[in-house]
Ligand binder design. Structure first.
Ligand SMILES: [Zn+2]
Length: 294
């Protein structure tokens, strides 16, 4: 069984994670740009961060047999620093054209401020002009209103809901997101919010037609194996293999393939060699290089 984790912040994770993920069947990941746990203070840190998402991290993942894609955007928390946010907006076009960028994201609301809304509008227009998908972060507080408000904003721009993945759903938001035609993604958290067992019940109730499972693993308490573990739990609880395949692999591919940047052939029959260099550096640190067989 192959899996895709279409929302995970690998820059915060270790090579052990990459090894375990590959072993568990994860063949591709999407890493959306987000905040660092503390506010960035200058534009240069955005430049280096975006550069590493399309550069070093993409290379690093491939050294473990995992194909890496990313979403580039101004996150909603940092939209509230207007001066810096304006600078980030003028930086985004430079990165949205890079190889492996499948979406503008993750964008949306955090505290639902006027500034967050302003930059959400502007980034939706960017996605439109660069023909990219949109990956939406919905707020953890006041989630239902924040999610509906995000969809209202998107619809003002005449974007087809098929081009938008709304993430961090729960039982309270899934119905309206599906009814309005969007992809509904779920971030599986180990202890709080949405867990694997609740996910099983969502698939049982709504089917898996436009449902996507991800881990959103980052520097906080999170699990980079959340997708394969949730798939296993679905199996044990009688969810059909077809629906597991849709929600843990196929739908993410179907959605983000629309960017023209992501294809199944990218990871099928693709070998890796840890002896490769990126700008003169490898992942090896003096260890013996591992190579995969095709
Ligand atoms: Zn995230």
């Amino acid at each position: 069984m192959r899996y895709i984790d279409p929302h995970i912040h690998m820059s915060s994770r270790t090579t052990d994670d990459y090894e375990k993920m590959a072993e568990a069947g994860i063949v591709a990941v999407i890493e959306p740009a987000f905040w660092m746990g503390q506010p960035r203070t200058q534009i240069g840190t955005f430049i280096d961060y975006f550069s590493s998402l399309v550069g070093w991290e993409r290379f690093r993942a491939e050294q473990f047999g995992i194909k890496h894609y990313c979403a580039i955007g101004l996150n909603s928390k940092e939209a509230n620093n207007q001066a810096l946010a304006e600078e980030v907006m003028s930086l985004l076009p430079r990165y949205l054209v890079k190889d492996g960028v499948v979406a503008v994201g993750e964008i949306g609301f955090d505290e639902q401020t006027a500034l967050e809304e302003k930059f959400l509008h502007e980034q939706i227009e960017l996605a439109k002009s660069f023909d990219l998908m949109i990956m939406v972060h919905t707020p953890h507080r006041d989630k239902k209103n924040g999610t509906n408000r995000t969809m209202d904003v998107i619809e003002e721009h005449g974007i087809s809901p098929h081009l938008v993945v709304i993430d961090h759903n729960n039982e309270g938001t899934v119905k309206s997101v599906l009814d309005r035609g969007y992809w509904a993604a779920f971030t599986i958290y180990p202890n709080t919010k949405m867990d694997s067992l609740r996910m099983v019940e969502v698939v049982r109730e709504y089917g898996a037609d436009r449902i996507i499972v991800d881990s959103s693993a980052d520097w906080g308490v999170s699990d980079p194996l959340a997708v394969p573990k949730t798939a296993d739990l679905m199996r044990v609880n009688g969810i059909k293999e077809h629906d597991i395949n849709l929600s843990c692999y196929q739908n993410a591919l179907k959605a983000y393939r629309q960017s023209g940047q992501m294809n199944e052939t990218d990871w099928i029959k693709k070998a890796y060699d840890q002896g490769q260099l990126f700008e003169g550096n490898s992942v090896l640190r003096g260890q013996i290089a591992k190579k995969s067989e095709i």
